[in-house]
Design a protein around this ligand. Structure first.
Ligand code: ZN
Length: 353
């Protein structure tokens, strides 16, 4: 399978190239067979890794969501080396898997701040609302004056087959994007995952820990111990000179900031709790049902950071919330008052860095 790539350079020039690899072909096959409901998938080994270990890792990558039957992957003894077309002009750089959100933009800013000259990689794989996403990604890279690799891999047909069963979770999506990154022979790949969001297998601790063993290049998240709120505290402290966090996109509605979905609600918690924004986000009203029913029902089992960030943000605007939400916020703020104090101190220390 050939991946069409458009490289947007800092000087406004662009270049069209093609890359391909056996690994990309194998991952494509995995996604397709998973969507088609196969119980066992046989593939040849596209790496130098041990067959059994790789079989186990790829089976793990596909095992999500929990309530859906997912296949077992068996990697055969046969190695393939047939279809590898890499592009070496940007060899040994750090590639950031980029989507225009707070997390991946923050990762770019951190690397820019450390003078590591990162390259952004964005993938158009036929996701809904890819156009607003593309627009945001291009605008941010232009402002930051960094090289943007846009890869086109049309998976629309597969999304049509399996989209309903798997919902918004696209199996092995991050692994596929990282594999495209490998075609550019990077020094390392950054996939920005936050400590409270390492849920899908291909953005999990195991993915970070084992990627290099199978694919030869380190893959990591600079924010693996942080929440979105903490990333925004760092942003306030260090990165505003490069870009305002308001330029990132929170969701992929038509305007990238619908203020009426769970992803906008999570984003606004982080903006308010970090003090990045001091305005009332209307998503707290629009999504009050979600917050009341899905968040507060689990508040006692949330990680400490997620619980306190949410309470700190909601408490700031408690007068504006629905009566039911006001009651929940006040009750839990008093229940967790010691934790909240401790958390506020931690966040303050980050801002003062
Ligand atoms: Zn939204």
């Amino acid at each position: 399978m050939n991946i069409k790539v458009n490289i947007l350079k800092n000087d406004g020039e662009h270049e069209n190239i093609i890359v391909s690899s056996d690994l990309i072909d194998v991952i494509y096959e995995l996604i397709k067979q998973t969507y088609l409901g196969e119980k066992i998938i046989y593939v040849k080994n596209p790496t130098n890794a041990d067959n059994e270990e790789l079989s186990d890792f790829l089976t793990y990558i596909l095992a999500y969501p929990k309530d859906v039957d997912t296949p077992k992957v068996i990697v055969s003894n046969e190695h393939i080396k047939l279809n590898n077309m890499s592009f070496n002009e940007y060899k040994n750089r750090t590639i950031v898997c980029f989507s225009g959100g707070v997390d991946s933009t923050g990762a770019l800013l951190k690397l820019i701040d450390e003078e590591k000259n990162p390259v952004a990689l964005w993938c158009d794989y036929g996701q809904p609302y890819k156009e607003p996403e593309r627009e945001a990604v291009e605008k941010i890279c232009k402002k930051l004056n960094i090289l943007l690799i846009e890869a086109v891999l049309d998976l629309t047909d597969l999304i049509a087959i399996g989209g309903e069963k798997f919902g918004h979770v696209f199996p092995a999506r991050n692994l596929m994007i990282a594999s495209i990154g490998l075609c550019f022979r990077p020094k390392e790949i950054v996939l920005a995952g936050l400590c409270d969001e390492l849920v899908v297998p291909d953005k999990s601790l195991r993915m970070y820990n084992e990627f290099e063993r199978y694919f030869g290049v380190p893959l990591y998240s600079p924010f693996v111990t942080m929440t979105k709120t903490e990333v925004l505290c760092l942003w306030r402290a260090k990165w505003n000179k490069y870009l305002s966090a308001d330029e990132t996109v929170s969701c992929y509605s038509n305007n990238g900031n619908c203020q009426n979905c769970s992803s906008c609600a999570k984003r606004e918690v982080a903006f308010v709790a970090s003090g990045y924004s001091n305005n009332y986000p209307i998503v707290f009203t629009n999504q009050s049902k979600l917050i009341e029913e899905h968040w507060f029902s689990r508040i006692d089992i949330f990680q400490y950071e997620r619980r306190t960030d949410m309470l700190i943000a909601l408490e700031k605007f408690v007068d504006k919330l629905t009566p039911k939400l006001q009651e929940l916020v006040l009750f839990n703020c008093s229940k967790y008052s010691d934790e909240i104090k401790k958390r506020k101190k931690e966040l303050n220390n980050l801002i003062k860095q």
